[in-house]
Write a protein that binds this ligand. Structure first.
Ligand code: NAD
Length: 459
C-alpha cells in the first residue's frame, strides 16, 4: 500500500498549491483528483474560462463601439462563436498543461479517482487509480459546487449553471440570469456583449451583496446603461422548461419566458462521498469546521478553501493551502482574512478590500473617506476609460487604511497596491506620499488617498 506524508484530496487552487508548497518543504506528497486535469472549478469551468470569454466579448464590443473615435474604420465586424469558444478551451488547456508540468517538476504523486476517507490514515480511491493508500496527514480541498434553488429544475440545456453558460453553442436570444452576484454579472456581461438580451433577477433590492453600497449603486447604473435589464427585489420561486422555453416564476410578479436560464445564486461546500461520517468529522451549515491551524476535529485531517468557512475565492484557498502545509512543517502559518481582495471582472471591474462604509458605520468606527474619479486621471482619459472611482476609507484618529473600494478599468490590478499597503498597516498618508508613475491609473489611488485629507491635486 502506498504511503505518503500528506495526501491532498482535490486539485483546485487550494489543493494543487498546497501540494506544490508541501513538495517544496520536503514532504512526500500525493494528490487525489477525480477529473483528468488539475485546476478544479477555477481553472476548468470558472475563473479562467470566464476571463477568456470576457476578453473576447469585450474585444468584439470595443471593435464595434470604440474604434470610430480613434479614427479607425472597420466594417462588418463579426465573431465566430465556435472559434471564440475554442480559444477559451485552449486558454484552459494551457493552464492545465502548466499544472501537469509543475506536478512533474515537484515530483508530486497523482491519483486519478474519487477519495473516501475510511480511517484516520486511510483513503480508498475509486476510479482509474482504484486502490487504498495511507497518509500521515490528509488535507481536504474539495471546493464547492453550485447550490440548487428550490423550484429551479436544472436540465443542463435550457436551465443550467455557469458550467453550461461557458459553452452555449449559439447566442441565446434572451438569457435570464438568477442572481446578481459575481457569476451572474460576469457571464451576463459576456452574453450581452455577444448580442443576447440579458435580464438579471435579484432577490435583494441591490446587486453584488457585500460590496460597498456606493460602488454597487454605481455598478448598477453602468450595467443598466450597457443594456442589461435588472429586476431587483425579485424572488425566483420556480424555473421549468415548457415547450422548449424556460418559464421563470417570480414571487408576486408575472412569469418570464427565456431561451436560457443561468442559475447563479451561490455555491455550497462539496463534501460528497468524502466519508466525513466514517470519522464523524464535524461540519456547520455544510462546511467543515477547522481550528486556526486548519485542523478538523480529527487531529491529522485538515481542510482548506471553499469547503471551510470564509469567502469562496481561489486566492483565499491558495493562501489556506500554503499556511496549512507550513503549519504542518513548522507549527506556524497565517492568513489575514481581514485583507482579502474580491474582484468582479466586468467592465468596469469592481474591486473590494477591507471594510465597506456600511460595515464601519455598523461597527461604530469613525472614519474619513477620500474619493477620486477616473474622469480626472490623464491616463484614464487617454485610454478612453473614464467611468468609475477609487474610494479610500481610513480611521479618523490613526489614519490607518480600513478599506479600499474601486469601480473602474483595471480595478482588480489597482487593488493589489492597497492590499500590500494594508498588509503593512499603512495609513492613507503612506499611499498619498508614495511616488506613483505618471501617467498611470495607479495615480487614482494616490489621489483618493490624498482626498482623505482634502488635498487631491487634480480635482
Ligand atoms: P453570490 O453569492 O455572489 O450571488 C448570488 C446572488 O443570488 C445574491 O445576490 C443573492 O441575493 C441572489 N439570490 C439568492 N436567491 C435568489 C432567488 N431565489 N431569486 C433571485 N435571486 C436570488 O453567488 P454566485 O455569483 O453564484 O457566486 C458563487 C461564489 O463563487 C461566490 O462565493 C463568489 O465569490 C465566487 N465567485 C467568485 C468570482 C470572482 O472572484 N470573480 C467569480 C465567480 C464566482
Amino acid at each position: 500500500m502506498n504511503k505518503h506524508d500528506i495526501v491532498i484530496i482535490g486539485g483546485g487552487p487550494g489543493g494543487y498549491v498546497a501540494a506544490i508548497r508541501a513538495a517544496q518543504l520536503g514532504f512526500n506528497v500525493a494528490l487525489v483528483e477525480k477529473e483528468k486535469v488539475l485546476g478544479g472549478t477555477c481553472v476548468r469551468v470558472g475563473c479562467i474560462p470566464s476571463k477568456a470569454l470576457l476578453v473576447s466579448s469585450e474585444l468584439f464590443e470595443h471593435s464595434k463601439t470604440k474604434l470610430k473615435e480613434h479614427g479607425i474604420s472597420a466594417t462588418n465586424i463579426k465573431f465566430n462563436l465556435k472559434q471564440l469558444l475554442a480559444r477559451k478551451d485552449s486558454v484552459v488547456k494551457s493552464n492545465t498543461d502548466g499544472l501537469d508540468y509543475l506536478f512533474k517538476k515537484n515530483k508530486i504523486t497523482r491519483y486519478l479517482g474519487s477519495a473516501e476517507i475510511i480511517a484516520k490514515n486511510d483513503i480508498k480511491i475509486t476510479g482509474e487509480d482504484a486502490q487504498n493508500i495511507t497518509a500521515k496527514n490528509i488535507i481536504i480541498a474539495t471546493g464547492s459546487k453550485v447550490a440548487s434553488l428550490k423550484g429551479v429544475e436544472l436540465d443542463g440545456k435550457t436551465i443550467g449553471t455557469s458550467t453550461e453558460a461557458l459553452n452555449y453553442k449559439s447566442v441565446p436570444k434572451h438569457l435570464l440570469v438568477i442572481g446578481a452576484g459575481v457569476i451572474g454579472l460576469e457571464l451576463g456581461s459576456v452574453w450581452r456583449r455577444l448580442g443576447a438580451k440579458v435580464t438579471v433577477l435579484e432577490y435583494l433590492d441591490r446587486i453584488l451583496p457585500g460590496t460597498d453600497v456606493e460602488i454597487a449603486k454605481e455598478a448598477l447604473k453602468v450595467f443598466k446603461k450597457q443594456g442589461i435589464d435588472f429586476k431587483l427585489s425579485a424572488k425566483v420561486v420556480s424555473a421549468k422548461v415548457v415547450a422548449k422555453k424556460a418559464v421563470v416564476e417570480i414571487e408576486g410578479q408575472a412569469a418570464i419566458k427565456a431561451d436560457k436560464v443561468l442559475l447563479a445564486t451561490g455555491r455550497i461546500a462539496n463534501t460528497d462521498g468524502l466519508g466525513l461520517e466514517n470519522l464523524n468529522i464535524k461540519t456547520e451549515r455544510g462546511r467543515i469546521i477547522v481550528n486556526n491551524k486548519f485542523q478538523t476535529n480529527i487531529a491529522n485531517i485538515y481542510a482548506i478553501g471553499d469547503v471551510i468557512d470564509g469567502p469562496m475565492l481561489a486566492h483565499k484557498a491558495e493562501e489556506d493551502g500554503i499556511a496549512c502545509v507550513e503549519i504542518l512543517k513548522t507549527g506556524v502559518g497565517h492568513v489575514n482574512y481581514d485583507i482579502m481582495p474580491a474582484i468582479t471582472y466586468t467592465e468596469p471591474e469592481i474591486a473590494s478590500l477591507g471594510k465597506t462604509e456600511e460595515e464601519l458605520t455598523n461597527l461604530g468606527i469613525n472614519y474619513k473617506r477620500g474619493v477620486f474619479p477616473y474622469m480626472a486621471n490623464g491616463r484614464a482619459r487617454a485610454l478612453g476609460n473614464t467611468t468609475g472611482k477609487v474610494k479610500v476609507l481610513a480611521d479618523a484618529t490613526t489614519d490607518r487604511i480600513l478599506g479600499v473600494h474601486i469601480i473602474g478599468s483595471q480595478a482588480g490590478d489597482l487593488i493589489a497596491e492597497a492590499v500590500a499597503a494594508m498588509t503593512f498597516g499603512a495609513s492613507s498618508e503612506d499611499i498619498a506620499r508614495t511616488i506613483h508613475a505618471h501617467p498611470t491609473l495607479s495615480e487614482i489611488l494616490k489621489e483618493a488617498a490624498l482626498a482623505v485629507e482634502n488635498r487631491a491635486i487634480h480635482i
